[in-house]
Design a protein around this ligand. Structure first.
Ligand SMILES: [Zn+2]
Length: 255
């Protein structure tokens, strides 16, 4: 098993698209970010993060100058990005937000994760790709539903055609939340708040899948990793378990 870019979730045999998820292996970061931290939004050294980005891109055979990253803020902004947003992988991202999409070939959309749910949406008919980062705030704001809306409005995507891929993320068993937070999800997302032994658990991945199907994406076109980041800190990063830690990368490249 090649952990440096394991696992691949889906391969599009007929179309030149790569969807990838990195792990914490194969980079240069030292404890507690060991070893392949991709995000500037950590206390890791910037020059090491840059080295990690370079080596990861090279392994995936994607030119580093094609990447677009976001300054992720747990908001609900959705950005259209293109070639002019590329070439900034060695600096803190200027685009603030948690979702982006493009209809341009040669643009690699990437987000960084440690427990939150990453969602990739791809339209194989129109060649449009989108990505978002959805933690509990993103789930409450329905960021992935808003991303689908934008792809439909701006690029003419039909939800029927869309394929979605969901990243490794924290599972509901590991994701305990306060009663106050559980309450916030109570009305719309009651099915995804699980009460166990007087504690509350939130099923973020379940919420995301419901938001995608609500927008008309076929359930059998949603591919989800069943790996839990909190239970697999030997492979990924987990903010909940490790607190001060790194981020792995989830992305899509239409070449
Ligand atoms: Zn878990």
């Amino acid at each position: 098993m090649d952990y440096s870019h394991y696992p691949f979730y889906i391969s599009f045999d007929e179309v030149p698209v790569s969807i990838f998820c990195t792990t914490r292996h194969g980079g240069f970061s030292l404890w507690p970010f060991e070893t392949c931290n991709i995000s500037f939004n950590t206390q890791d050294r910037p020059e090491i993060i840059i080295e990690n980005r370079i080596i990861t891109a090279a392994r995936m055979k994607i030119p580093i100058e094609r990447f677009v990253f976001l300054n992720q803020v747990h908001g609900d902004s959705v950005h259209y990005v293109g070639a002019s947003d590329c070439g900034k992988a060695f600096q803190v991202p200027v685009l603030e937000g948690d979702a982006m999409f493009t209809d341009q070939m040669g643009v690699c959309l990437a987000i960084t994760l440690a427990d939150c749910v990453g969602v990739i949406i791809f339209d194989p008919e129109k060649y449009v790709s989108g990505i978002c980062h959805s933690g509990w705030k993103g789930c409450l704001m329905n960021i992935c539903g808003k991303l689908v809306d934008k792809m439909v409005e701006n690029c003419g995507c039909k939800p029927d055609n869309l394929i979605a891929c969901i990243s490794p993320s924290i599972c509901y068993r590991c994701y305990t939340v306060s009663a106050q937070l559980a309450e916030k999800f109570g009305d719309v997302y009651r099915d995804f708040v699980i009460e166990k032994n007087k504690s509350y658990h939130l099923d973020l991945k379940g919420i995301v899948v419901s938001q995608l199907t609500e927008k008309g994406i076929n359930r059998n076109r949603i591919f989800s990793s069943d790996m839990c980041t909190a239970e697999n800190t030997h492979i990924f990063y987990s903010h909940r378990v490790e607190k001060n830690t790194g981020r792995f990368m989830f992305g899509i490249y239409m070449q």
